[in-house]
Design a protein around this ligand. Structure first.
Ligand SMILES: C[S@@+](CC[C@H](N)C(=O)[O-])C[C@H]1O[C@@H](n2cnc3c(N)ncnc32)[C@H](O)[C@@H]1O
Length: 284
């Protein structure tokens, strides 16, 4: 049964030391699982009939929402039985979509403890715990054996990580030869710098974007071959009213969201931040 007590989502402020782990302090939110639980309860649907679509506004924490996850999964040709690792998988919305709609088995790793707790709660609630598991960990120190996955998947999580060479070398290590790397990633557009705050950083100290060409070179040097490379930036001006029910962006960013949303049009329209979808194959 979901809690109905009022819940405050507050910054927790804990951090991992080094290796990019200090970013966990930026993302951590106390009471997040309870707040998401309440928002799910407010949907008014019986728990046993909840679907990944019902909760998409609360667990797909990246531009383009669940549609972007589906577009990337289709481009990557994901299919039933594939073993996927979702790096920086957050609240687990993408992972549950890959399990429920594509038949994949997904291991999610994320640095932020409160997200992992909320993700486990949602995975249980949606009855997907046999196919999706969650653990706390750092993308730069993946605690898995070599070649243990068919697919490395990541959406909007590498932008906090400066050492891209180490990140992608780790991805190549854990995916089998001929396996797939599929990602959605904010990158540096031709006009720099970005306007802050960004969703992932208050200022330049937390954002590590490289240009699409630089990213492609790093990934190819790590042992991948490019198959699909698309500028997926949504440059349409925002239209319509603000959402009336809670979104994951609102729950996590709270009052900070207004400044992030105000900066966003300049970042996309002036080509300061671009979003790429990439699908690569692991070379032997
Ligand atoms: C914007 S959220 C995206 C979450 C999820 N991929 C999604 O699209 O719904 C960024 C995520 O990256 C995670 N992250 C940032 N740096 C990380 C690192 N070094 N290792 C693992 N996760 C990291 C954060 O904890 C956060 O959950």
């Amino acid at each position: 049964m979901l809690s109905l007590a009022p819940v405050m989502v507050g910054a927790k402020g804990t951090s991992w030391q080094g290796l990019g782990g200090e970013m966990s302090g930026y993302w951590e939110r106390q009471g997040l699982a309870e707040a998401i639980g309440q928002a799910v309860h407010a949907l008014g649907k019986p728990t046993e009939s909840l679907t990944v679509d019902d909760v998409a506004q609360l667990d797909q924490f990246h531009g383009g929402g669940k549609r972007a996850t589906e577009r990337l999964a289709n481009a990557a040709g994901l299919s039933a039985g594939m073993r996927v690792i979702d790096v920086g998988g957050g609240l687990g919305g993408p992972a549950r979509t890959l399990a429920a709609q594509y038949g994949c088995t997904v291991t999610v790793i994320d640095l932020t403890e409160s997200y992992v707790e909320a993700a486990r709660m949602l995975t249980e609630l949606l009855g997907l715990a046999d196919r999706v598991s969650h653990q706390v960990g750092n993308a730069l120190e993946l605690p898995f054996s070599d070649a243990s996955f068919d697919v490395v998947w990541t959406q909007n999580s590498g932008m906090n990580i400066a050492d891209k060479e180490r990140l992608y070398a780790g991805f190549r290590r854990v995916v089998r030869t001929e396996g797939i790397l599929a990602f959605q990633e904010p990158m540096a557009g031709p006009v720099q710098p970005p306007i802050y705050p960004l969703m992932w950083a208050e200022d330049a100290s937390g954002s590590f974007l490289r240009s699409p060409d630089e990213m492609s070179s790093v990934i190819e040097a790590a042992g991948f071959e490019r198959r699909h490379w698309v500028d997926a930036t949504d440059r349409k001006p925002a239209t319509g009213a603000a959402p009336t029910s809670p979104t994951i962006q609102g729950l996590i960013m709270g009052e900070r969201l207004a400044a992030i949303t105000a900066a966003q049009p300049r970042n996309t329209e002036e080509n300061r931040v671009v979003i790429y979808h990439g699908v690569f194959r692991a070379r032997g």
